[in-house]
Design a protein. Structure first.
Length: 281
């Protein structure tokens, strides 16, 4: 025989028995519901932003279309989206969970915890969607974009084309392009390209294009400068977006906590805003 203990409202500390309400400290249903709403809201807002280029990662196969100001605007938008979506998800988690007969501070704390649960589940769901989207973009670009052979980095294809551009019909052999790409990559760091590598790059350029030694050296200097500018711009944009994403996650956690507490107050009848639209008759 199973003994069922009932708790009356106002008889002491404990959960308020509601129809179908879970009598436990953690209510996973409201947390999951809030996470799904937050992830969906974030996806919709980021879909609108992608139309004007405000994205965390661009589907473009090149690295030259990044802009510092665009990265800043993207970072601001990411923070706004995180605050708005997680605030909505936290509010739903706090509003629909079962209430408790406990002190006001304890009820607010438990509401906030459920907001954090919605935030955590929403972050994991959003990360999974972002990874899936990035994987789709990568597969599309890999299948459609031309690839260099013999280890040549694909994002340096334009620099290699510019380096070996000539009136001759025969293009540079793949092994020459790969060697030049590796030397260019070494010259993109903090240290300058070593003298022997620079001399070898000049010799390759002169041999492929037929340019005189001084002209080949000038072209190598120009290509290296252009590649450094593009790499520096991409690094700055990546740092800005990285910090913005971290700040957005922290701001989203705070928004979810506060919104869940607000939803709990509305649930307990301290103040219930009207949820009806339309003209008052």
């Amino acid at each position: 025989m199973v003994m069922v203990e009932t708790v009356e409202v106002g008889s002491g500390a404990g959960p308020v028995p509601t129809p179908g309400g879970p009598l436990s400290y953690i209510h996973w249903g409201p947390g999951i519901a809030g996470a799904i709403v937050a992830a969906a809201t974030s996806f919709v807002l980021m879909s609108f932003a992608s139309a004007v280029g405000l994205m965390v990662a661009s589907p473009s196969p090149t690295w030259r279309d990044t802009s510092v100001w665009l990265a800043i605007l993207s970072g601001i938008w990411i923070i706004v989206v995180a605050v708005a979506s997680f605030a909505l998800g936290g509010y739903i988690a706090g509003r629909v969970r079962s209430t408790w007969n406990a002190s006001t501070d304890e009820v607010e704390f438990r509401d906030g915890v459920h907001g954090l649960i919605a935030w955590g589940l929403g972050v994991m769901l959003g990360a999974a969607l972002l990874a899936l989207t990035a994987g789709t973009f990568a597969a599309t670009n890999t299948a459609s974009a031309p690839r260099d052979t013999d280890g040549a980095p694909s994002f340096l294809s334009y620099e290699i084309d510019k380096l070996f551009r000539a009136d001759r019909a025969a293009p540079a052999r793949p092994e020459i392009r790969a060697e030049a790409s590796r030397m260019l990559m070494r010259g993109l760091g903090r240290n300058d390209l070593p003298a022997d590598d620079r001399a070898q790059l000049v010799r390759l350029t002169s041999a492929v294009t037929g340019l005189a030694q001084p002209d080949a050296q000038q072209r190598v200097v120009q290509v290296l400068a252009d590649a450094r500018v593009a790499a520096s711009q991409a690094r700055r944009s990546g740092v800005i977006l990285g910090f913005s994403l971290a700040a957005a996650l922290l701001a989203g956690a705070a928004a979810a906590w506060m919104a869940a507490g607000l939803g709990g107050k509305h649930r307990d009848g301290e103040f219930a805003p009207p949820m009806r639209w339309g003209a008052v008759r």
